[in-house]
Design a protein around this ligand. Structure first.
Ligand code: DON
Length: 307
């Protein structure tokens, strides 16, 4: 067995001279203030070993990584009928693109692009108020991570609510196709709030561990989804988790992963571990630049690529 702690320490040391590379997301004003030199990694194995390095215990905005958790909830509530509302194909387009929606009847390609996650927020609402749905999401993530301290950063949610014109356009466009069942403001309220969940690398690795361990969290014994569903969520993360950079991430890293514009990535090594990284500078696809590189180094050194 490779010395996992040494691998994380080496990656941190080797990337140290490059910290600050990439471009911090500034279209969400509250994220523009983040120190671009932050860097953390956490790894939790299915046997419960925890390894971490750098700013791994500092909360950051998980943004689109939250879409993995809301998809899991929507599947729990609606089962396979979830797929009547959102597809399972990579888009090959930017995360916030509207182009395909018009020709595809307002049905987003997959649950991880913004349009798809907005459709999933509609499914999670399921007749409840936004406040109830947001509370349910926070409770679910706390349950996954076995950590009651996880909260939403209200300033980030507000910042996005004030400037999220593209997301409002996506939601209104889908509503025009009859594809949202709740008022647009309610759906967006849920979406902006789950994107504003603040978590550390370690909390996020804990929350994603069920995907590495066949659907149950081996540390808590909590059963989350069936092993088949865990496999399928991993398949979607591999094919769609990095938007129009998903092919590149699969090629370089070879692990299911989900990125967020806060600079975080949750990666899953099935049967082995959940591994997370945070580095706020992004590449041109809106995925963490050094985070992707760190995971590429990690996968090469552990030999944990799924391929
Ligand atoms: O809706 C947005 O634009 C953000 N709340 C989330 C986008 C995101 O994280 C894309 N990830 N790389």
């Amino acid at each position: 067995m490779a010395d996992l702690q040494a691998i994380l320490d080496d990656i941190h040391a080797e990337l140290a001279p490059r910290l600050g590379e990439g471009k911090v997301a500034d279209y969400i004003p509250q994220l523009a203030h983040i120190d671009p030199k932050k860097f953390g990694m956490s790894l939790i194995t299915v046997d419960g070993a925890v390894h971490k390095v750098g700013d791994c215990d500092e909360p950051f905005s998980i943004q689109s990584i939250s879409k993995v958790f809301t998809l899991t909830m929507a599947l729990g509530k609606h089962g396979e009928t979830t797929w009547n509302r959102v597809g399972r194909e990579p888009s090959g387009s930017a995360f916030n693109s509207i182009v395909q929606l018009e020709n595809e009847g307002g049905k987003p390609r997959n649950p991880f692009i913004n349009a798809g996650a907005i459709a999933v927020s509609d499914l999670v609402l399921a007749g409840h108020t936004p406040r109830e749905a947001i509370g349910e999401i926070v409770r679910f993530v706390r349950y996954l991570a076995d950590d009651e301290t996880i909260v939403i950063d209200p300033a980030v949610a507000k910042s996005e609510e004030a400037t999220g014109f593209r997301n409002a356009a996506l939601a209104n466009f889908m509503r025009a196709f009859g594809k949202l069942t709740h008022p647009v403001e309610h759906v967006l309220g849920v979406y902006f709030h789950h994107c504003a969940l603040a978590m550390t690398c370690t909390q996020l690795a804990h929350a994603g561990l069920f995907l590495a361990a066949g659907g149950s969290n081996p540390l808590t014994g909590h059963s989350v989804v069936s092993s088949q569903r865990a496999r399928r969520i991993n398949a979607l993360m591999l094919t769609c988790g990095h938007y129009d950079g998903s092919g590149e991430f699969a090629y370089r890293v070879g692990l299911p992963g989900k990125s967020g514009v806060g600079g975080g990535i949750l990666a899953v090594a099935p049967g082995k571990a959940a591994v997370t990284v945070w580095s706020p500078g992004l590449n041109h696809n809106g995925n963490s630049l050094l985070g992707s590189l760190a995971l590429e180094m990690f996968a090469a050194r552990t030999g944990w690529s799924v391929f």
